[in-house]
Design a protein around this ligand. Structure first.
Ligand SMILES: Nc1ncnc2c1ncn2[C@@H]1O[C@H](COP(=O)(O)OP(=O)(O)OP(=O)(O)O)[C@@H](O)[C@H]1O
Length: 542
């Protein structure tokens, strides 16, 4: 019979090479002489073994094949075509000829001679009948891949450690040169909370340390206190504007307003508030930045400005405005949480009007400032400080005399009658200041409600929907001439507060009191109330 053929000659032993030569000789003989044989053609039960015979075959074969489900199939047959011989017989596996094929799922035996393909079928090796286990070669491969990954990670880690150490050394040497406490310097650089996705390397921390040296201070608090108490009102941004966003890491979102989001951020271990506006509100950002930085604005009762930056995140422009952070949040939120004593009420009202007075006042000289109207005074735009005082925030709509022809803007609920009905004429800074006073009186009303223990309510809550529009408010304030209800509190201080409010929300703007007069009235009320203890150095006007 014709032996099976090994198709691949690589790595064959001399005996195997000899066999290969024999096979080639048979191939050659077949091509030339082409004798023909009878062969068994199939295997029961597919056919009757004795009757199914093929004639004139060039060769016969019998085979054992392992199907994908593991069962063995047997067959016999023949072929009269030379090219089939090449495919069939030259691809079968000879048992034991090559280790590489020991696990092959078929074994075919070809032969020449009448009925030479009868008898037992060629066996498959034991390995062929079982699921092939993972060879030792595969284990070695996995082991070497695992070891390589480990080695690369270890080397990477080592490099990072060395670089970090070198950098620390470099930084502390630089700090020593500058005379800064190197612990402070490096601690800030690697402080654990500077881990937000927005933190972009050590550049920021380095810049803040260098800035701190330049300012002669080491913390934001000292910087802010220094510039506030000096009265210089420098208002110049402490940080380099170009890199400001890189120096601040965002920690948590505090709230979302009409113009964007406010986040608590961290800068040199201090908390800061970051207002993030999208590019469509660039006008508001630019106005607020202009007010804070060019107007030389700094006052205990105006939110302290740190700086502004324009940055790009995920291919959209973000406008950052960084200010001092006040953990108690807005007056609106504070009043929702707590009732007030008359002392607390007075601190809130007096400090707010002091902030507004500073805004409204023209200060001449090199350290001066122009008068500013806020145009969006409301409890959400006033922040409560830890000492119980308040500061005015959100200067996005603020105007000076330069912007007098700005269109009518603000929050409808707090808009004055003349702004609602369009009778505000002429449109000048003084008119806007009177609108601020009207809005301030509504804030006072919100605060005073909490002294008598009533729940926090927005002004005009009895008549206005949740988010009233201009028309809603025009009807209430101008047509119906309604004003917030006055609680029945007989205490003289509260009575004084209510009559102050009535004067400030008067229909006629020119009757409303200016901020300075309001401040004086509050101081007088406070002086006559034993429950109110203001700082000794607070001047009392009569
Ligand atoms: N400097 C800050 N310190 C602490 N919390 C702040 C500070 N600035 C803003 N917040 C908080 O973020 C919230 C959202 O402020 P934001 O000024 O964006 O919104 P708003 O005043 O509610 O609405 P609008 O954008 O319409 O004025 C505020 O309610 C306040 O709680």
């Amino acid at each position: 019979g014709l032996p099976g053929l090994e198709s691949d000659q690589d790595g064959l032993s001399p005996a195997e090479n000899h066999l290969q030569e024999d096979i080639l000789a048979v191939d050659k003989k077949m091509m030339v002489q082409q004798p023909r044989y009878k062969c068994h053609q199939c295997e029961p039960p597919d056919c009757d073994h004795s009757t199914q015979v093929c004639n004139s075959a060039l060769y016969c074969f019998k085979s054992t094949v392992r199907a994908s489900d593991g069962t063995l199939r047997y067959s016999r047959g023949c072929s009269s075509r030379r090219d089939h011989y090449q495919f069939t017989c030259r691809t079968h596996q000879t048992q034991g000829h090559s280790k590489r094929h020991a696990a092959a799922p078929l074994n075919i035996t070809c032969c020449q001679g009448d009925m030479c393909n009868e008898g037992p079928f060629p066996p498959l090796s034991p390995a062929d009948t079982a699921i092939e286990p993972l060879t030792s070669g595969a284990w070695k491969l996995w082991l070497s891949v695992g070891l390589s990954v480990l080695a690369v990670s270890a080397i990477g880690g080592l490099i990072i450690l060395v670089l970090r150490r070198t950098h620390r050394l470099r930084v502390s040497r630089a700090a020593q040169k500058l005379g800064v406490d190197s612990n402070y310097f490096t601690a800030n650089m690697y402080s654990s909370h500077v881990t937000s996705a927005y933190y972009e390397g050590a550049e920021g921390s380095q810049a803040c340390a260098l800035q701190a040296v330049a300012a002669g201070d080491s913390t934001l608090r000292q910087y802010l206190e220094g510039s506030a108490t000096s009265g210089s009102g420098s208002g110049q941004p402490l940080m380099v504007q170009r890199t400001l966003a890189k120096q601040v890491s965002l920690i948590e979102r505090l709230g979302k307003g009409r113009y964007g989001e406010v986040w608590r951020g961290s800068w040199c271990s201090d908390s800061v508030a970051v207002k993030i506006l999208f590019s469509r509100d660039e006008a508001s950002w630019a106005r607020e930045t202009e007010m804070y930085s060019t107007v030389l604005l700094r006052h205990d009762n105006i939110l302290a400005y740190i700086g502004s930056d324009m940055t790009s995140r995920n291919s959209c422009t973000q406008l950052w405005l960084i200010t001092q952070y006040h953990p108690l949040g807005s007056l609106y939120e504070y009043l929702s949480r707590t009732t007030l004593t008359r002392h607390q009420m007075m601190l809130i009202c007096l400090s707010t009007v002091k902030g507004l007075l500073h805004l409204h006042t023209d200060i001449h000289g090199t350290q001066g400032k122009p008068a500013i109207a806020h145009r969006d005074i409301r409890s959400k735009n006033i922040l409560v400080k830890l000492n119980g005082e308040c500061c005015i925030a959100d200067l996005g709509l603020a105007v000076t005399r330069e912007h007098e022809d700005d269109p009518r803007r603000g929050t409808p609920r707090y808009m004055s009658p003349e702004m609602l009905d369009g009778s505000m004429s002429p449109v000048c800074l003084e008119s806007y200041k009177r609108c601020d006073i009207y809005a301030l009186s509504l804030v006072f009303w919100e605060v005073c409600r909490r002294v008598s223990g009533r729940g926090r309510r927005p002004p005009y809550y009895e008549w206005a929907p949740q988010d009233p529009g201009l028309d809603d408010m025009r009807k209430i304030v101008c047509v119906d001439n309604a004003r917030p209800g006055i609680p029945t509190d007989t205490h003289p201080t509260m009575q004084g507060m209510f009559s102050l409010m009535r004067e400030c929300w008067h229909q006629n703007p020119s009757v409303r009191l200016p901020a300075l007069r309001i401040k004086k009235t509050l101081l007088k009320l406070a002086a006559n109330d034993n429950a109110i203890r203001l700082d000794e150095d607070t001047e009392v006007y009569v």
